[in-house]
Ligand binder design. Structure first.
Ligand code: ZN
Length: 246
């Protein structure tokens, strides 16, 4: 089986549709694993949720998903994120909000732990070199029972191995072999709001038969997403950052 791994979609339907179409080419996928932040920032939170849920889906909640349910307060968000979150709530059905409210914060799928932030703080942690201490990184690995942990939240793709806590770049379109002995935390990057300087949508595929992870980027119609955001009068900095990949 092949699994499509997505994170931080943030209501960007053009990016999500393009990622799914890209992943369906060739050998395709049988299930989606989503690492949270399906909604928030972008202009299509409802349609993104509906599209994700039209596939076999395993998902954990991100901070923006929880903000839409009222489980976490908007005072924890910056001004633009809070404004977008308030708008997002107005776009979701009651059923969609209760779906988001029912999502787990962390779960295990075979050899993988799925979490939005980190195993230390599933909601808020940024698993990135400058955001956590050496001790906290070690604690994340200690708390992970599976060989691999998939995270989102930073919107930056990487492969961090336990051995030396090195953050390695995920090569695009190449098979990265996963060895049980090499425990690692992996971020597939963000579908709907990449922040690594590359505006192309980012995702991963796990091929269980070959035991490899493939990281991919795909261009999508950024202008179409931006036009919708302008129509809904979402904050301008959120609109501009999409074409900058920041
Ligand atoms: Zn996010």
């Amino acid at each position: 089986m092949r699994y499509l791994i997505v994170a931080d979609i943030h209501g960007n339907l053009e990016a999500l549709e393009t990622v799914i179409a890209d992943a369906q080419r060739g050998e395709g996928f049988g299930e989606i694993w989503c690492l949270g932040d399906m909604v928030g920032y972008g202009p299509d939170p409802g349609p993104c949720l509906a599209l994700l849920r039209s596939f076999p889906l395993v998902a954990v909640a991100g901070n923006h998903d929880l903000a839409a349910t009222g489980k976490i307060g908007l005072e924890l968000f910056n001004r633009h994120a809070a404004e977008a979150a308030r708008w997002t709530v107005s776009q979701l059905s009651r059923e969609q909000i209760s779906y988001l409210a029912g999502l787990p914060l962390q779960l295990e799928q075979g050899e993988f732990t799925l979490v939005h932030g980190s195993p230390l703080d599933p909601v808020w942690d940024y698993f990135l070199p400058d955001s956590m201490s050496h001790l906290e990184f070690r604690e994340c690995f200690r708390r992970t029972r599976t060989p691999f942990c998939l995270v989102g939240q930073s919107h930056i793709p990487f492969f961090c191995r336990e051995r030396d806590l090195a953050f390695l770049r995920l090569p695009e379109g190449q098979d990265v072999p996963l060895a049980r002995a090499e425990r690692a935390v992996i971020n597939p990057g963000s579908v709907g709001q990449p922040r690594d300087g590359n505006p192309q949508a980012s995702y991963g595929i796990y091929d269980a038969a070959k035991r490899v992870l493939i990281h991919a980027r795909t261009p999508y119609d950024i202008a179409a997403t931006q036009a919708k955001m302008r129509y809904f009068e979402l904050p301008e900095p959120l609109i501009r950052r999409l074409s900058q990949g920041l």
